[in-house]
Ligand binder design. Structure first.
Ligand code: AHR
Length: 334
């Protein structure tokens, strides 16, 4: 009897330790908020979402929208912040596959390099939804749909406004460009759309273009370099508000007046950006909506139920001048 008790105790301890280790290995992935698995036996749809990071005001608003919409729709959300690293996103997606979630959604930090992990999700029978940013995979069957903005259009609208704004200017108009994260869909597409639009007027010249990684710190640092290297800068085109806001500090420190000495165009229209526009420090913003949560939950319900969905769903967006920003600012939610 005594011997039996002694042999059972270590067995129970080993079993308990194994359970702890298994739970740990399933949950271990970046900054994850994880609950039970898709095979955890509850009736809720389990959505695994891999977010790019927390690089900008836009991203914070996007994360809030997804978390709020998931709670409202009664989903179980497993959320991971990849800290702007593709390897973290791949790890998170593999984790979601292992946990057998019902649907995977993610906003890919860069466009390339997703085929292998997307194939793993497909082989596991888990539908994938791309949100905000696209991938360049040739095999479109690797994901169900894309939900987000037309980034080329945002760049084009910015360029078209500039062509109109500078049509009476004489001599070269020198433009510097703060690009988003290298290799990301918004950086590639906004650059392309802007370049296509300003090609209409040969005096508009991009004299320098570099990545500020969509962050305020990056925008400030790169703008400081631009200002040192180029005595005559007429226009700044920043691929998002945050880089533009960082650049404001560099421009002011260099003794120039933002919005007057240098015309500033940005993309997003988050509250801080809209405030800068209303204050006359920015000159134009092309909107990019981060409020994708409710539409994402609708799509996740549909793909989980095996329903067909459109391959690409674009969000409706607008543009803002300084006057329009003053009007819109009091009701701006993010
Ligand atoms: O992918 C959307 C872009 O990512 C936003 O314009 C930018 O602010 C964010 O970091």
């Amino acid at each position: 009897m005594r011997n039996m008790r002694m042999s059972l105790a270590p067995r129970r301890a080993v079993a308990a330790l194994a359970a702890v280790l298994l739970a740990g290995s399933v949950a271990a992935c970046g900054n994850s908020d994880t609950g039970g698995g898709g095979d955890s036996g509850n009736d809720k749809i389990v959505l695994g979402f891999s977010q790019v990071g927390a690089e900008s005001g836009w991203r914070t608003a996007n994360t809030n929208s997804i978390k709020e919409a998931a709670a409202e729709a009664g989903f179980e959300l497993k959320f991971d912040d990849a800290q702007q690293k593709q390897e973290n996103q791949i790890k998170a997606i593999r984790n979601y596959i292992q946990q057998k979630v019902d649907v995977i959604a993610f906003s890919p930090v860069v466009e390339s390099g997703w085929d292998t992990v997307l194939k793993e999700a497909k082989d596991a029978g888990i539908p994938v939804i791309l949100t905000d940013r696209a991938v360049d995979s040739a095999d479109k069957s690797l994901y169900k749909t894309f939900l987000g903005s037309d980034f080329v259009k945002e760049g084009r609208l910015s360029g078209e406004w500039l062509v109109e704004e500078k049509k009476a200017a004489t001599g070269d108009v020198n433009i510097v460009e703060l690009q988003g994260t290298t290799g990301s869909a918004p950086a590639n597409d906004r650059k392309q759309g802007f370049a296509e639009a300003i090609a209409a007027d040969p005096k508009l010249k991009v004299i320098a273009s570099q990545s500020g990684d969509f962050t305020r710190a990056g925008g400030k640092q790169v703008m400081e370099q631009f200002l040192k290297a180029h005595p005559k800068i007429d226009v700044l085109f920043a691929h998002n508000d945050d880089m533009g806001l960082g650049a404001l500090e560099a421009i002011t420190a260099a003794g120039k007046v933002p919005g007057k000495d240098i015309t500033i165009i940005t993309i997003d229209a988050v509250k801080d950006g809209m405030q800068a526009l209303a204050d006359g420090k920015f000159n134009f913003i092309a909107e990019c909506s981060p409020l994708l949560g409710p539409q994402l939950m609708e799509l996740a319900k549909k793909v989980h139920a095996g329903e067909e969905v459109a391959p690409r769903i674009e969000t409706e967006e607008t543009t803002f001048t300084q006057e329009q920003a003053k009007e819109a600012l009091p009701n701006r939610k993010y």
